[in-house]
Design a binder for this molecule. Structure first.
Ligand code: SF4
Ligand code: FES
Length: 241
């Protein structure tokens, strides 16, 4: 591992040495110990939002998110203890109770791996939102949004530097929004598609894929997109009258 300073720690009973600048997730990955993630994405800066990657470190009171926790000399890490498994399972059950995860294959896979009970919180209030179809390129279905923040990061400092997306509302009403909830064509969005690419749940979806799922064929989709563009051009003209 070159001349970088190394530290020693124990990962699931295995004594290892890793560069001191690594995170716990990098160390776990290096030694092929799989860590589930939700908010983490290789293209965006880890923010430690979802807590799905937590591990237990001896001597630490709380579980620690592996994606943002630096390795430490002498750490004894347990990545699959009962406490860790229970925490990960509960996060999945809470998300599933309030958000439509039907198009989130990675989360479905985690639900199966952690034996998550889809009926654990039957009284939970489910997130409700209209599908936002306001541009020719993609739709936004925030009923499927888990607030992982990846799209905001991709739109901002991590990839596009466009800043069309941010957080709106508070508490249960917190949602991904544009400034003043403006339609996408009236924001700084350049329709690069980076937000769609990093979204793990299908909340952001290319329009062709969305319309195909609705049973439309390519000719119908072409006409529908043309109609959207025509309406926007007409609206833009009217706004400038
Ligand atoms: S829209 Fe997708 S990428 Fe953005 S916060 Fe919601 S789930 Fe994450
Ligand atoms: S994946 Fe580490 S906190 Fe979300």
């Amino acid at each position: 591992m070159g001349s970088t300073k190394e530290i020693s720690l124990t990962l699931d009973g295995q004594a290892v040495e890793v560069p001191a600048v690594w995170t716990l997730m990098q160390a776990l990955e290096h030694f092929k110990i799989k860590t589930p993630v939700i908010c983490f994405h290789d293209a965006t800066t880890p923010e430690g939002i979802c807590r799905q990657c937590v591990v237990e470190v001896e001597g630490r009171r709380t579980l620690l998110p592996a994606c943002v926790t630096p390795v430490g000399d002498g750490m004894v890490v347990h990545s699959a203890s009962e406490r860790v498994v229970r925490a990960r399972r509960t996060i999945l059950e809470m998300l599933n109770a309030s958000i439509d995860l039907s198009q989130a294959p990675e989360l479905q896979e985690q639900m199966a791996t952690y034996n998550a009970d889809p009926e654990r919180f039957p009284q939970a209030e489910r997130r409700g939102a209209e599908v936002l179809d306001d541009n020719p390129f993609y739709v936004r279905d925030y009923e499927k949004c888990i607030l992982c923040w990846r799209c905001v990061q991709a739109c901002g400092d991590d990839l596009q530097f466009t800043y069309a997306l941010s957080l709106g509302g508070r508490g249960h009403d917190t949602h991904i929004a544009t400034f003043f909830d403006a339609p996408m064509p009236e924001t700084t969005c350049v329709f690069c598609g980076n937000c769609v690419a990093v979204c793990p749940t299908g909340a952001l979806k290319g329009k062709t894929e969305f319309f195909l799922e609705q049973g439309m064929d390519y000719d119908q989709i072409r006409l529908e997109k043309r109609e959207t563009r025509r309406k926007q051009t007409a609206k833009g003209g009217a706004d400038h009258d």
